[in-house]
Design a protein around this ligand. Structure first.
Ligand code: COS
Length: 382
């Protein structure tokens, strides 16, 4: 049975996220964007309302949100400010490996604190030479007695410079390639961790993106997630679950751009009438609304499949790629409707366009999403 009706709880969650975006994010979005400053006050409020721990199951004190609930929230938060959304949702991305693969002890020990105090987590997969080719990580974890010693570096890590906890992907058997990768829970105060460059980005400037160095970082073998060699699978399963949220962020950014464009087109008078009365503008708005709706359906479907426990790599990739491409197209078109004003920093359009761009790149470029989709639909070649 197909049912597109949100439950009362989901509608309440959507309202709450929308209000949070309107009241706490939008009014300060331009300030944090310009200063490229981490929005601690907004993040603190996000913790207080439960967004930082929303994906943690209820038995560990979290919000226990389903993937569908999460994409509903993501759309609203990203419409408020994509950079702040990224800072908030990075927690969910980094904690998912623990939620999916952690032992009972690991979940109690590492998830519960996130529900009690404001804490941030970071997912440490990407390296300088291992971006799209995630199986090529060269960070090494060597077993010494009852510990692992981690050496290497990670880059472009969201929340990297502000996190309390890292989930780090490192090679425990280099000769095995992707099958030699293991995942570790690493508290940020472990000796040997150094924060490198904080990136100066085009968009999502209210998020912290850092380089991290691991120099003889020792973690207990109890911090290994799953078994040795399971790291790549853990990363892929995590990304499958997280990518619909990036799609939802694309829907949110595009929705915000469309709302501004409609408002502007109705009030901007040229040639003696509102520009919305010109069919060229009206039809552009119609196309934008249609694409946003299509993107939302892909996102919700992928989330629904995940919640039903079905394999959703392809649908997740489709949702992420399509919705972020829509965000890019819509923000470019919405800015065009604003004409010269759209190009000015006094108006929100240029930020939305800059923010849309990253959604096509992070959590797997859209080329990687197309690789995932094409491999599945074409199957093995003879
Ligand atoms: N779920 C479960 N298993 C998966 C999987 C998935 N979604 N994707 C791959 N695997 C498994 C494969 O089945 C294969 O298993 P075996 O070794 O048992 O055969 C193994 O993982 C290796 O997979 P594959 O051969 O497909 O690896 P590739 O190196 O060719 O490519 C891609 C994998 C490109 C899809 C992967 O590297 C990727 O997603 N890259 C982008 C990384 C990314 O998103 N980075 C963003 C930074 S994190 S914010």
């Amino acid at each position: 049975m197909i049912d597109f009706q949100l439950t009362e709880e989901q509608l309440a969650l959507q309202r709450m996220a929308r209000e949070f975006a309107e009241k706490e994010m939008k009014p300060v979005a331009a300030k944090y964007d310009r200063g490229e400053e981490f929005p601690w006050d907004v993040i603190k409020k996000a913790f207080e309302v439960g967004f930082l721990s929303s994906s943690i199951p209820e038995e560990y004190g979290g919000g226990g949100l389903s993937t569908l609930d999460t994409v509903i929230v993501s759309e609203e938060l990203a419409a408020g400010c994509a950079g702040m959304f990224t800072s908030i949702m990075a927690n969910s991305l980094a904690l998912t490996p623990i939620i999916l693969f952690g032992t009972e002890e690991q979940k109690k020990k590492f998830l519960t604190p996130f529900t009690k105090e404001m804490m941030l987590a970071a997912f440490c997969l990407t390296e300088r030479e291992a971006g799209s080719d995630a199986g090529n990580v060269s960070t090494i974890a060597k077993k010494v007695g009852s510990e692992y010693v981690i050496n290497g570096s990670k880059c472009f890590i969201t929340n990297g410079g502000v996190a309390n906890l890292y989930v780090v992907f490192a090679n425990t058997a280099k000769e095995k390639g992707a099958r030699g990768i293991s995942a570790f829970i690493v508290p940020a105060d472990t000796p040997g961790i150094k924060i490198g460059k904080i990136e100066d980005k085009m968009g999502h400037r209210a998020s912290n993106t850092a380089e991290i160095f691991f120099e003889d970082v020792k973690v207990s073998a109890e911090n290994l997630l799953g078994k040795e060699g399971m790291g790549f699978l853990i990363a892929m399963k995590t990304l499958d679950k997280a990518r619909p949220s990036v799609g939802a962020a694309g829907v949110g950014v595009a929705k915000a751009a469309l709302e501004y464009a409609i408002e502007y087109a109705k009030t901007r008078i040229q040639f003696g009438r509102p520009i919305a009365s010109f069919q060229h503008i009206a039809f552009k708005l119609a196309d934008m609304a249609t694409e946003i709706n299509a993107a939302r359906h892909l996102v919700w479907h992928a989330a629904w499949l995940i919640d039903k426990g079905m394999k959703a790599s392809k649908e997740s990739a489709m949702a992420k790629a399509y919705a972020s491409d829509v965000a890019m197209r819509v923000t470019v078109d919405a800015l065009q409707i604003f004409g010269g004003y759209g190009y000015m920093k006094d108006f929100p359009m240029e930020k939305l366009m800059r923010d849309a761009k990253l959604l096509q790149i992070y959590e797997g470029t859209n080329e990687i999403q197309r690789l995932v989709i094409s491999r599945e639909i074409i199957g093995p070649l003879k």
